[in-house]
Design a protein around this ligand. Structure first.
Ligand SMILES: [Zn+2]
Length: 300
């Protein structure tokens, strides 16, 4: 789809070149011509096109946008979130699992003009399970938090890294194929009290199966022994987008390493808090949690 848009833009540019070449090619011919001089009817100057947003993607909860900001943009936001803007005006943005139904893309131009577009973000029919048991309050003890706090801080610091990776530009592939044992967004309600929703997608191809980077990026965290995540790899794909891979039995990349789409990064396991061997893959853009399925398309 990105390619389609680029082709369309290239076609527009070609059309523009052709007409200007034709115009300049006409001039010498006219001056040499002995035929009666035709009065050139100068077309009124075309009004400069109004700068506008261009994008493609999935306008739904957990979905995303890839596009380019209006010409002359100096800063831009999606809702309250500032966008990173590439040198060529390109951007990536995404809608959280619980995104509101209408959210604004707003660009501020160098001229001070504001170009705003309200997006309709369609709601998703999340898998909700109501259970008649009390919500566990496990994991809140002080002793547990003493162990957890440095892990949590390492994850937050890793996700805050900006590596300039360009994986966000490409279509994502599945890190591994296999039975999907848990969908993104699934949530349990315990006697009316909502539990936290499932923040990624679970794939269960069997213990030890190698998994790969779904897009290019830089490894910002690769460590074993996390209390919940077990063997954990986080890859920055650039523009504030990153992937986390949990419960790995083996990690074959190092922090700081650049990885390519399709490169083996680890093996599926059940380390950390897992009921069986599976890969939990989650995607975040800044504070928004995305549905990996929308970036890869269905598994074939
Ligand atoms: Zn999971």
């Amino acid at each position: 789809m990105i390619m389609g848009r680029m082709l369309a833009m290239a076609a527009l540019m070609l059309a523009a070149c052709t007409s200007s070449e034709a115009a300049s090619g006409d001039a010498p011919e006219r001056s040499q011509a002995s035929a009666p001089v035709r009065t050139a009817t100068a077309a009124p100057p075309a009004p400069a096109p109004r700068p506008k947003w261009r994008y493609d993607g999935e306008l739904t909860q957990g979905g995303f946008l890839v596009g380019s900001v209006p010409d002359g943009t100096v800063s831009a936001t999606l809702g309250d979130e500032a966008l990173d803007i590439g040198a060529d005006g390109s951007f990536f943005a995404a809608f959280d699992r619980d995104s509101v139904a209408t959210i604004a893309l707003t660009a501020t131009l160098g001229s001070g003009e504001i170009v705003r577009e309200n997006l309709s973000v369609s709601p998703r029919d999340w898998q909700i399970e109501r259970v008649n048991v009390a919500k566990r309050s496990g994991g809140s003890s002080e002793a547990w938090w003493r162990k957890r706090k440095p892990e949590w801080e390492a994850i937050v610091a890793a996700r805050a890294q900006e590596t300039g990776a360009s994986g966000w530009k490409r279509d994502f592939i599945w890190p591994v194929k296999g039975r999907i044992s848990g969908l993104f967004g699934r949530q349990r309600i315990y006697r009316g009290e909502p539990g936290s929703y499932h923040s990624g997608i679970d794939i269960a191809p069997g213990a030890g199966t190698p998994f790969v980077a779904p897009a290019d990026g830089v490894v910002v965290l690769a460590r074993t022994g996390f209390s919940l995540e077990g063997g954990l790899i986080i890859i920055d794909h650039g523009m504030g987008l990153n992937s986390a891979f949990l419960h790995a039995s083996r990690i074959v990349v190092e922090e700081g390493e650049a990885v390519e789409q399709g490169q083996h990064i680890g093996n599926v396991g059940a380390s950390g808090r897992a009921t069986g061997p599976h890969l939990h893959w989650s995607l975040k853009w800044k504070d928004a949690r995305l549905d990996p399925l929308l970036l890869t398309g269905p598994m074939d």
